[in-house]
Design a protein around this ligand. Structure first.
Ligand code: 5GP
Ligand code: ZN
Length: 146
């Protein structure tokens, strides 16, 4: 094997790494080796209070609750925000809303009502760039939101 092979191997490695860092390598099942807080919650590296889980989705309590029930529902595979969703996320989206139904029942807010919200980008106040749906309940809420 000459230096040509080595160069090909190195550049293939670099392309793989760039794609993984971008979070777009479907073969890896999402985002690997990067600094995403909710990927770390999913992997268990950052501890969380788990509320419910499926193969594709995790629900855990928000660290700074804004209502008596404040649960975050996230896809285990990294997605930056709702703006990045496509048909390839259909299964996860079905799971996310099924998990919201289960969590609402489990938390006892299904009959009183609750809000599901996801923030996209700066003006909406998104602070963690891994898709998450806030499920808020247990108190009356105003509309429009601030
Ligand atoms: P966003 O502002 O992006 O819509 O929502 C991010 C949410 O993540 C906030 O409600 C914030 O309290 C919550 N959060 C931030 N860091 C952590 C953490 O380490 N653990 C948990 N459970 N929630 C967090
Ligand atoms: Zn992530």
């Amino acid at each position: 094997m000459g230096t040509g092979w080595a160069a090909v191997a190195i550049s293939a490695g670099a392309a793989w790494m760039a794609e993984a860092l971008r979070g777009g390598d479907k073969q890896l099942g999402g985002y690997v080796g990067t600094d995403c807080l909710f990927c770390k919650v999913v992997s268990g590296e950052v501890p969380s209070e788990k509320v419910f889980e499926t193969e594709k989705v995790l629900a855990f309590r928000d660290i700074n609750p804004q209502a008596p029930t404040h649960v975050l529902v996230v896809p285990k595979r990294h997605v930056g925000s709702a703006a990045e969703l496509g048909t390839e996320h259909a299964d996860e989206l079905v799971d996310i809303f099924e998990v919201c139904n289960v969590v609402a029942r489990q938390e006892g807010v299904d009959s009183s009502g609750y809000r599901i919200v996801t923030n996209v980008g700066r003006n909406a106040g998104q602070s963690v760039f891994h898709l998450h749906f806030h499920l808020l309940g247990g108190r009356p809420m105003t509309w429009p939101p601030g």
